[in-house]
Design a protein around this ligand. Sequence first.
Ligand code: DGT
Ligand code: CA
Ligand code: CA
Length: 567
Amino acid sequence: MSNEKIAEMFYDIADMLEIEDVQWEPRAYRKAAMTISTLPVDIKQIYEQGKLMNLEGIGASISKSIEEYLKTGSMKKYTDLKKKYPIDFHIFRKIQGMGPKRAYVLYKKLGVRDIGDLKDALEKNKVRSLEGFGEKSQEQLKHNLQAFMKVKEERKMLGYVIDYFETLADKLRKSGFFDRVEIAGSARRMKETVGDLDILATSKRPEASMDFFTKMKEVSGIIVKGDTKTSVKLDVGINCDLRVVPDGSFGAAMQYFTGNKDHNVKLRKIAISKGLKLNEYGVFRGSKSIAGATEKEVYAVLDMEEMEPELRENMGEIEAAQKNSLPKVVGYDMILGDLHSHTKNSDGLNTLEEMVEAAAKLGFEYLAITDHSKGLRIANGLDEKRFMGLHKAIDKINEKSSVRVLKGVELEILKDGSLDLPAKTLRSMDIVIGALHQNTKMPRKELTNRVVKAIESGLITTVAHPTGRKIGEREAFDLDYQKIFETCSKNEVALEIDGFPDRSDLPFNMVKEAKAYGLIFTLGSDAHRKDQLRFIRMATAIARRGWLEKKDVINAMHYKDVLKLRR
Ligand code: DGT
Ligand code: CA
Ligand code: CA
């Protein structure tokens, strides 16, 4: 999507115009940037529909610039200004005290263009002598730069990199240099975001193996290289630690480096209480190793069942394992279909036929098409009539396709809690996912009542991405979640686990909470393109991390039973 790129260019233009002391315009560009960066759809689509000027803060001249960029890949206004101000505003915007005018002074007087130059100038104490700066503001800037560097270590959303991780691990396996290769760390726990990739391996030729690893095309830089541990930068913008461990310690190392840390700390305490010592090499009584080759034996000597990596978050799994009461979490292979997806009819990229074909390739038994309803104008939501047309097309596909297609909608819950489509239309659908997308900044009580009213309508089957959070972008809605869970439970309405990486919603800890209300869950990829159907796996991971069992998940049922549930 070009959204982010265009928004950043507009923010840059605003900064540069501010340096030039232009009135008003900077504000207009910032407003437009804000609108574009929060669009739920590709701006290109909106442009193609000729609807750019319907967007908030986008008038004739800004929409021309957008068009220019989409057509030519550049924007003259931006390029011209940038020639005068070759400054990395994008980064400086994130550092407190580095407004555009100050950035410009630093550029003109000291040649500071980017963060490296800034660091250099500060370290050499060149900033304090500049007019308008002084000792105090130099120290302040040093402090702010440091604070920025700390938060800069970005985490990646696992859904976007998991296939890449697995391919990388596979290449190591097939290289012939290693005997075993496994992913550990947060990626193995299927945490929604990961700080780095941890890989464990065994090898008879550690030195040659590490050479092979550091020369892989995915590796963009070496941080440390040794025979037992090598850390590199991967070209996707994340680090990778590869550890080569002794065969007999592989299980202990897997346990240790899978974590999480709190889980490990508690486990180690339990070992101590039994007169044992636990570390990444094994479990020891005195100096004698009593377990270490497999994870199972490590847990066993601590009197515990082995548990799924997804559960290892110190959320009660250790206590449950001690009592033999771990949940039998739903398996990835038990998920028979996807209950949330979009087509070109609303804001998706692919046709109904293409989505169904892709679902067939993935071996789905069924796929729910849940395009947006009319109230979400920006996503080209469908009205009753267009839904009728879509349903006819679905009926036709169902006559011949191996994949059963469910008729659904991601339905706007309107400002007053009423629903965006007539009851008759909704009753004709197999799945109705009620969703909040607009006007969500209401007082908690009002917003909660709005959702409660929708749940009590008897017309929705599921509440979509219940918290509305977007990782790194938007906080969860201010809702009384306990009330929502209670109401869902009473009205037999399901909660959705949306596996789209940015959403990952419900978050896993809340899944576990909600389960205690006796709720049932639907899983959805929220795919807007056929290749995104793979995100059903991420939804399943969240279900597992939230302790859900087969019976808690509608997608583990066959098509016929899913339909019955609706009634
Ligand atoms: P991440 O990378 O931030 O997404 O999260 P993790 O869990 O992969 O953490 P990472 O890469 O720092 O370390 C991998 C595992 O190593 C972690 O899950 C548990 C273990 N570990 C790391 N530091 C400690 C520690 O100080 N104590 C113990 N007991 N285990 C640790
Ligand atoms: Ca890690
Ligand atoms: Ca690590």
